[in-house]
Design a protein around this ligand. Structure first.
Ligand SMILES: *Cc1c(COP(=O)(O)O)cnc(C)c1O
Length: 450
């Protein structure tokens, strides 16, 4: 057996020098972001929230956008390129002719892919003399990535953390505090919107929508502060393409053919896009061959792609953000308390939505119990405990590998293991104890959306 095939060499040259921007390669033009009055948002109008370079990236038409050297060095210092691993043991266990590869983003310091964009956003904010970044976090994966980036670039980070998570899920809050971030339980009395809610109910548990309102208000009312987002927007997905570009290079280094299936879980879409978009360029834009299938996996409890509508909707519950054309189950949808906290988002990134609409990306959905079952199997066989979010991709990959077995097809599967689950053991505990419940909305109310 050729051992070199089990792991791609971790060569620094695998780090790309540019990110891949999908905007010029979409099958149809991306519908613009709209203001509530229906007019397109102009780039300058975003300057109160974001630095100019990130706004430029948000609308850029260049296919490749250079990664500044300082950032490239930092990627290397923090562990990139991440390993491209082959799940050999899982292949043998399933007795499948399929080859299963995965990019393992759990080796990044905070345990997920979110560091890739956090570093880039902190870098470009710092270049424009921003002093402080505000953001919101639910479970804390995004908050901890930004906290790390703030510590490296000497930027103050203020994270509005949903109060219920602040109290019940202390580990990622502690992680943020280790990196020196200010973690504020939301609703707080630091903002008008927070104070209004506390006046009515001093013990309000908070919500992601309220935390977003507080973070945006804070950035808008304090000079020197800007706002930062961990998924959904074009520039965030752009930064994540470092994952897929590395994987392409690693496939080349081990002499493997391009994958037939590219799989990732979807909350807002950043880790999926990060892996898949460079393969979309390689397999579809460049060679026009539709041999590659792109599979986006979401929870049945939050079925934006599989049961949502492709319409304009607000990006947040508080309706502070402009309108984005996307698959959505509506900003009023209250996601049930599933453990894949990163997948509890009512919409998806507009570029991903467009690819789903054009049937280039195929969405599928799973229940959380079957997802944890797949994750436990993966941990027992491959050693890595997947993040509950990434476990959705693992479940899909196991099903694909079993289908290949039935059809006797030697397919190549690649998926994104977007993070490890070592800070999510409470979810695993509930699964092991048989206390986990599956949720699925019976009907989705679209009536308040136009
Ligand atoms: C946040 C997160 C996700 C979901 O966000 P995307 O933007 O869809 O990638 C998935 N996996 C992990 C580990 C996360 O932290």
């Amino acid at each position: 057996m050729d051992l070199s095939l089990r792991r791609a060499p971790q060569l620094v040259e695998a780090i790309p020098s540019s990110w891949y921007n999908i905007l010029p390669d979409l099958p149809e033009p991306l519908p613009p972001i709209l203001k509530p009055n229906g007019e397109p948002v102009k780039p300058q109008e975003l300057e109160a929230l974001f630095p100019k370079t990130l706004i430029w990236q948000e609308f850029a038409e260049e296919r490749f956008i250079a990664i500044p050297n300082e950032l490239r060095e930092l990627y290397i210092e923090l562990g990139r390129p991440t390993p491209l691993l082959r799940a050999y043991r899982l292949e043998r266990y399933l007795d499948t002719p399929a080859k299963i590869y995965f990019k393992y983003e759990g080796v990044m310091p905070t345990g997920s892919h979110k560091v890739n964009t956090a570093l880039a956003q902190a870098y470009f904010n710092k270049l424009e003399n921003v002093q402080r970044l505000t953001t919101e976090t639910g479970a804390g994966q995004w908050g901890s990535a930004l906290a790390l980036a703030g510590s490296l670039f000497k930027l103050k980070i203020r994270v509005y953390m949903v109060r219920a998570s602040y109290e019940q899920k202390p580990y990622r809050r502690i992680l943020m505090q280790i990196y020196g971030a200010e973690v504020i339980p939301s609703p707080s009395n630091l903002t008008k919107s927070g104070r209004a809610i506390l006046e009515q109910n001093p013990n309000h548990p908070g919500s992601l929508g309220i935390a977003i309102s507080e973070a945006i208000e804070d950035a808008l009312t304090n000079p020197g502060a800007k706002y930062s987002l961990g998924s959904v927007l074009n520039h965030v997905l752009l930064h994540q393409t470092v994952i897929g570009l590395e994987a392409l290079k690693q496939f080349e280094l081990i002499g493997e053919e391009l994958p037939n299936y590219i799989v990732g879980c979807v909350g807002g879409g950043s880790n999926f896009a990060g892996l898949a978009y460079p393969f979309y360029y390689e397999c579809i834009v460049k060679s026009g061959n539709r041999n590659a299938e792109f599979i986006a996996v979401e929870p049945r409890a939050v079925p934006s792609m599989t049961r949502g509508k492709y319409i304009y909707d607000h990006g947040d519950t508080a309706r502070l953000t402009p309108l984005l054309k996307m698959y959505t189950i509506g900003h009023r949808y209250i996601p049930p308390p599933i453990h894949a906290g990163g997948l509890r988002y009512h919409g998806v990134a507009p570029t991903l939505a467009l690819l789903v609409k054009n049937r280039i990306v195929k969405p599928i959905a799973y229940h959380q119990i079957e997802v944890f079952e797949a994750a436990k199997l993966f941990a027992q066989i491959e050693g890595i405990v997947p993040a509950p979010e990434s476990a959705h991709a693992v479940k899909a990959v196991i099903d694909l590998a079993l289908e290949a077995k039935r059809k006797k097809e030697k397919v190549v599967i690649l998926f994104n293991m977007s993070g490890h689950g070592l800070l999510d053991l409470v979810g695993y505990q509930e699964y092991l104890d048989g206390r986990l419940k599956d949720y699925e909305p019976k009907e989705i109310d679209f009536s308040y959306l136009i």
